[in-house]
Design a binder for this molecule. Sequence first.
Ligand code: SF4
Ligand code: MSK
Length: 655
Amino acid sequence: MTEKPDKGIKILSAKELTTCDATAQMIEKARRDGVELVFDRATSMKPCPIGADSACCKHCYMGPCRLNSKDPYGKVGVCGATIDTIMARNFGRAVAAGSAAHTDHGMGMLNLFREVVEGKISDYKIKDPIKLKSVAESIGIETEGREILDIARDLYKELERTYVQVEGEIPFVKRVPEKTLEVWRKLGIVPRGAMREVMEMMHRSAIGVDQDYENLTKQASRTALSDGWGGSMVSTEISDILFGTPSPVAIEVNMGVLKEDKVNIIVHGHEPNLFESMIVSVNSPVLNEAAKKAGAQGINLVGMCCSGAEVMVRHGIPHAGNFSSTEAIMVTGAVDAMTVDIQCIKQGLQKVAECYGTPLFTTNTRCKIEGAIHLELNEHDPLSCTDEIVIKAISRFKNRKHPVEIPRQINHGVHGFSHEYISYMLGGSFRGGYSPLNDNIINGRIRGVAGVVGCTNPRVKQDYVHVELVKQLIKNDVLVLQTGCSQIALAKAGLTTPEAAVLAGPGLSEVCEAVGMPPVLGMGSCVDNSRILIAASAMVREGGLGDSLADLPVAGAAPEWMSEKAIAIGQYFVASGVFTVFGVTFPIVENTRFHDLLFDGLEKQGLGKWGFSPDPHEMARLMIEHIDKKRKALGIDKARDRILVDMADRRQLSA
Ligand code: SF4
Ligand code: MSK
């Protein structure tokens, strides 16, 4: 129940908290019901200003030590650590935590793959042997004339090195453009196995070890690269091999995908295996019969957050909302079960679930929540877990006690643009490849490419920064690639349909219309950012846009980020050569040497660099300016002004 806010705290209206009408409706209902949501907690919990600037350290118990961000060099910690050391250590630890999360997820997928290959698991199979062959070939495994299982065994052995390799380069480094790799080798940041990199990052950031912010940042880059080109990339590739490589599919998003007369089950988290088994369970004739007997018209399975994004792009399963909406959706009273696995699962879900009599299930040994029902998903018998969840959901449907109010919003989009499909779509079946994309960049129809990714964060108006930024980018002929919760914001805003091409600049809209694609391409979950790295590498290989990833007219952004995983992603993009802009906040004190290094110095070393602005228009300006700088360096620039989205554009879309 809602705690009384402190005096002086301004309570924002639902419309000030989110641009998502469905979530706003549920915030209002929660307030009427006296139920507290993440938005309320963000209002009453002011962020610690010293922590927000990363000017404090609690790495030993002579501290915690707090430095003054107004006078950063006026004081040092008890051990003598300077502001630069403290910020670099904090940053490195955030990278290590984020990389560990992606990498542990990836290792889970690889373990599953091994057991499938060894024949110990029969509920999952190799669904995409073509992808298996192409991944194997990309790292030098011979495939000609060999059995699939034989290739798969070699692939497993090779990819295991992504995690455990003590010395030498990890397998997917073979996919990195040569010139980028040269820079990494010169700087000594080519990643070894992720376990080694994360361990070394944690060691070096402990009291009394590495106290040189530049040296710490090098290890942060190496750790992040072991995620982007390692743990995350393995996760994406193995998930595609086991569950299928995405290709475009028409999807529905928003809370209106819940059905009052059906048993509604939500899957939320990150690992596709839980969801894939749930798909089998909800299609079971026995369970459907049981649902009918309970008075339901059937079972309605929907996704949220990144689990939702995974199956949305593979199977077109409806998606009910992104990170900030996961509590709000239970306020509908229509959720008969929510089941979660790992990552981005708020502990607050349990309290909201309790208020509406919704059973909340945890299914992974790595993520339990006090009060939730723990039903472990055993990959040797996954249906015993997912069937049980369906049975519990049917029982909740039968005994629904809370009035149901489902927001009516359902938005439509086309998602599922894997890098393989982009190549096929632009090149056609006879000349698949990235040359049409490169040609359109060189001739100026497409000004550049932006990856807009990441979370939503209740510290800013939900979805607003994502949508405003992307509108500005496409209006200026920048093709937008998306993953994670960001693509759900854009889908809700109607920008992931081919019709949204009317909002793009003349060049981009011409390309979109010719191909029949949206100007905003949803590619998958947050771990699937590796798809963007592979697409960017393919652009370099295709030729005409420079020799390294840092030469490309591309930029990245996480406009509403909140997770340490986002910092890891940001750093692997920066270390790969990409200018990456964050919104909301940035854990750093300006006018310090560490700030100069991240926001300028890394670029001088041949990598990318960081940018920051909480304002989407400024963010767009920074990204477009960078894209133009790269175009100029490539000699493909021609004068063009930045165009601002106006009311006429907004009317055109809603018409
Ligand atoms: Fe303070 Fe140094 Fe200990 Fe950090 S490591 S808490 S700066 S004494
Ligand atoms: S779920 S990390 S809120 S994108 Fe991947 Fe969404 Fe960010 Fe979690």
